[in-house]
Design a protein around this ligand. Structure first.
Ligand SMILES: Cc1ncc(COP(=O)(O)O)c(C=O)c1O
Length: 391
């Protein structure tokens, strides 16, 4: 009797990270040219990048920085926010959002999120405004824009500055207008995970040339140069300038923004379809807002069921990792970090943010993914959910 045929080993599927940048060969060659040019830190590439960003932002002044954290800190300094002042923001963000407030000596005032959008609940903002309030920092979590009409109505009524933490919403829009093309200060991040990247970096959209000049001063040690040899320093600046190498990466990314956003929306739609087919709702999975016109789908995030579920989030992540699927947590509630607890916040202060912070899970989403990748993630995740957790 012939030996039974040994079935060929199934080829292992490649590891799917939760995000991955797409950088084309022209950009890679462009970076090599900058490296060979002899001018590698801030110079002509930064100027060209700023000009393109300004074009994208409807002609508003834009200055490039080495991070989307520095942009916000400098916006606060330009707005004159400092000790004795309060700044309203969300507890569900990357901790940079509130750290910059502490960094300038002011106090963050957190407002709980709307559990549907996962963004700051604007209906609760007016109740926390005091004579010390100077600014609001809204965050477009995962790229879903905060309601700009309502936000600016509140800011105008109470004469508050707005620093839009649009780190995640480059490419998003509000009522047909690109985020960044209107409003007060708008801060973008170009960190490696963002929809377009400069590896590390960011930019700040400003209101006028006076603010732009201040941004340049704060960006580099407070220095103002005049003529061939003039130099003056009249404020304490820092070291926040972007390199030409990084700016060249950004210049190579910008032309792809529209296609990247379109692909992200297509993949997000695929997640909704695949998860609906798997009856994600019955499994207790909460999905994001199905916005395919304004959000840039920086991330696709689900909220895992907490009650009646046998697996904790870390176990779900570990099993997905073992199946070759990367995930992330964006983010734990800020006010429960040790630093913030020491400043007086505690469990129960912002229940919606806390619930989301405990159970949110970022699934893979980046332009080079395929529909089959989405189906693989959805199927693998759904298979981990059905066991009700003994209470
Ligand atoms: C919401 C939010 N705010 C601020 C930042 C800070 O940006 P960067 O890492 O460029 O300093 C990030 C980046 O992760 C972010 O996601």
């Amino acid at each position: 009797m012939p030996a039974p045929a040994i079935p060929p080993a199934a080829p292992a599927l490649p590891y799917l990270p939760f995000t991955r940048p797409t950088i084309d060969e022209a950009t890679i060659s462009g970076v090599a040219e900058v490296l060979r040019s002899g001018w590698i830190t801030s110079g002509p590439q930064v100027k060209a990048f700023e000009a393109k960003l300004s074009e994208y932002c409807g002609g508003r002044p834009v200055r490039a920085f080495n991070s989307g954290t520095g942009t916000m800190e400098i916006a606060l300094r330009i707005a004159g926010v400092g000790p004795g002042h309060e700044v309203i923001t969300t507890p569900l963000s990357w901790v940079a959002t509130s750290n910059v407030v502490l960094g300038v000596g002011a106090r963050p005032v957190f407002v709980d999120i709307d559990p549907v959008t996962r963004n700051i609940d604007l209906a609760r903002v007016e109740a926390v405004i005091t004579p010390a309030t100077r600014a609001i920092i809204p965050v477009d979590l995962a790229g879903l824009p905060v309601d700009r009409d309502r936000l600016y109505a509140i800011a105008k009524k109470h004469r508050l500055r707005v620093i839009e933490d649009a780190a995640q919403s480059f490419g998003s829009s509000w009522n047909g207008r690109a985020i960044g093309s209107f409003g007060d200060f708008v801060s973008f991040s170009f960190h490696a995970n963002k929809n377009i990247t400069t590896i590390e970096g960011g930019c700040l959209v400003l209101n006028d040339e006076r603010e732009a000049r201040l941004a340049e001063q704060y960006r580099l040690q407070g220095v103002v140069r005049t003529g061939y040899d003039g130099m003056e320093v009249d404020l304490v600046g820092g070291k926040f300038n972007l390199t030409d190498v990084a700016a060249r990466v950004g210049l190579g990314q910008l032309p792809h923004l529209a296609a990247f956003t379109a692909k992200r929306r297509e993949l997000a739609r695929a997640y909704f379809e695949e998860l609906a087919a798997l009856q994600a709702g019955q499994l207790g999975l909460q999905l994001p807002v199905a916005d395919f016109s304004q959000s840039n789908w920086h991330m696709f995030q689900v909220i895992l069921p907490e009650k009646g579920q046998s697996l904790k989030r870390a176990e779900v992540m570990a099993r997905l990792h073992a199946a070759g699927i990367g995930t992330g947590v964006h983010y734990p509630a800020i006010h429960l970090f040790a630093l913030y607890r020491r400043l007086g916040w505690k469990d129960g202060d912002f229940p919606h943010a806390e619930n989301v912070g405990r159970n949110i899970l970022t699934l893979p989403l980046f332009p080079a993914m395929t529909r089959a990748d989405v189906a693989r993630v959805a199927t693998t995740l759904a298979a981990l959910l059905p066991n009700p957790r003994p209470s």
